[in-house]
Design a protein around this ligand. Structure first.
Ligand SMILES: *[C@@H]1O[C@H](CO)[C@@H](O)[C@H](O)[C@H]1NC(C)=O
Ligand SMILES: *[C@@H]1O[C@H](CO)[C@@H](O)[C@H](O)[C@H]1NC(C)=O
Ligand SMILES: *[C@@H]1O[C@H](CO)[C@@H](O)[C@H](O)[C@H]1NC(C)=O
Ligand SMILES: *[C@@H]1O[C@H](CO)[C@@H](O)[C@H](O)[C@H]1NC(C)=O
Length: 404
């Protein structure tokens, strides 16, 4: 069973001018347009991963992250909008403004249609200071593209805002995230954009708990720790992909629309080198090269929690003006033009274990085979991505460099 949840907040929007985007003139069909949109988001996910401090474990939801930034981008103009297009990857992919927002809408409805006994939900809401007037078009577009309602709240009573937000986070994360906010937001906050994504998936082929053993895992720093490692012999999509120096497998969830792709560096390679070279094109190529093979799998049980403030990372990637009191331009949100982004908070939790929900969860039949099976033994740092196979969207990404 895999349990994931995450919530993201964009803080204080507190403001100025619109420059029209050039006409990208995209007349492609919706599926194709959304493919480019998904690819842009995925490329952004990999940039974020590489911009983080990689000495620690990472878990985040690019989907949640991009969507919340999408709601901010919806209200951005001028240089703030241009920088966001650049950093979020929409500009280089040649996707014009409206198609970005429509991309989120299309992908959200696609996620509602994934097969199997999984839970996958996402929710958006925008909190607004009582008496603060949002432009009608912003409100309408929030609803139209992001299915986000707007709720009035009094930010000059920070304690009650804290309670409201944490209760919402608790609800959308299925009780996994107890405190999205640990500090009260500034009283000058005018707007807060919130998104929560929740996923609970059961492995199509669960691991048999009787085969879980305590074994060594070598952390990034070379220290060996003893952790529970799950085992199975099964047919899985697998490739030894030498161009990047990784072994890759896909673990499908029930319904097979969503899966976890795990990239394990080869013995003489390391995770950092893999992550540096990873692009969406490489990911696609790995997928294309994968073949069903009988594999002897060893994969640790693990739990990761992340709590990040992403402002500095986004600034380092080029999103400068949106965070600047003087330069930010969110004039599409409110005519008063006094808004800027205060912070981008991202929390995520992941639990990986053997489970399937169903009674037949443990019906994997180990296969005896005379030839030596290829082994996929994740007893050292690895990268994982949880993807919607139909669209390719990366819902969650993370890496494990140290276990305890
Ligand atoms: C929109 O959001 C509401 C409240 O979160 C939810 O009940 C509803 O199913 C959503 N609608 C769509 C089309 O996603
Ligand atoms: C918000 O709360 C403050 C402090 O309690 C109060 O003075 C103010 O009237 C409230 N604003 C609104 C619009 O209710
Ligand atoms: C794996 O695939 C082989 C060849 O297609 C098949 O004979 C075998 O039964 C499969 N094993 C399992 C555990 O599904
Ligand atoms: C897996 O599911 C079974 C049955 O629901 C439950 O008893 C068991 O505790 C679960 N195992 C884990 C590791 O969550």
């Amino acid at each position: 069973m895999l349990l994931l949840s995450m919530t993201i907040i964009l803080g204080t929007l507190t403001i100025h001018d619109a420059v029209p985007l050039e006409d990208q003139n995209d007349v492609g069909n919706p599926v194709k347009r959304n493919y480019r949109f998904v690819e842009a988001n995925n490329q952004f996910a990999l940039s974020i991963l590489n911009a983080l401090d990689k000495k620690n474990n990472i878990i985040m939801s690019p989907w949640s992250f991009s969507m919340t930034l999408g709601m901010a981008y919806l209200g951005a103009s001028g240089s703030s909008a241009r920088e966001m297009e650049e950093v979020l990857g929409y500009r280089s992919a040649g996707i014009e403004r409206d198609l970005v927002h429509d991309g989120f809408r299309i992908e959200e409805s696609a996620l509602k249609r994934v097969h199997g006994k999984n839970e996958l939900s996402s929710a958006n809401v925008v909190l607004v200071q009582e008496g603060y007037t949002l432009s009608k078009s912003y409100k309408d577009d929030l609803k139209r593209y992001y299915n986000s309602s707007t709720t009035e709240i009094n930010f000059t009573r920070p304690q009650s805002v804290l309670q409201w937000v944490n209760a919402w986070g608790y609800w959308t994360s299925n009780s996994k995230i107890k405190q999205i906010l640990t500090e009260t937001p500034p009283k000058t906050t005018k707007l807060m954009l919130l998104n929560g994504v929740y996923f609970k998936g059961n492995w199509l082929n669960p691991f048999n708990p009787e085969h879980t053993r305590l074994e060594d895992f070598t952390n990034e720093n070379g220290r060996k720790v003893t952790v529970p490692i799950m085992h199975m012999i099964n047919n899985v999509s697998y490739v030894a992909y030498h161009k990047l120096g990784v072994y890759a497998v896909n673990f499908p969830y029930d319904g097979e629309d969503i899966n976890m792709m795990v990239l394990l560096p080869t013995e003489n390679n390391n995770l950092n080198a893999v992550e540096d070279k990873l692009t969406t094109a490489v990911l696609e190529d790995i997928l294309a090269q994968m073949e069903m093979q009988t594999i002897n799998v060893g994969f640790p049980k693990f739990e990761l929690k992340d709590d990040r403030k992403m402002k500095e990372t986004l600034k380092s990637l080029g999103m400068q003006s949106a965070f600047s009191e003087n330069e930010a331009d969110f004039s599409r949100i409110a005519e008063t033009r006094d808004l800027y982004l205060e912070e981008v908070i991202h929390k995520a939790v992941i639990q990986v274990n053997e489970n399937g929900t169903e009674a037949n969860a443990n019906t994997v039949i180990p296969l005896m085979n005379k030839r030596k099976l290829p082994e996929f033994f994740a007893n050292r740092p690895f990268l994982f991505l949880i993807r919607n196979m139909r669209s390719g969207a990366i819902l969650f990404i993370g890496h494990v460099v140290q276990l305890e």
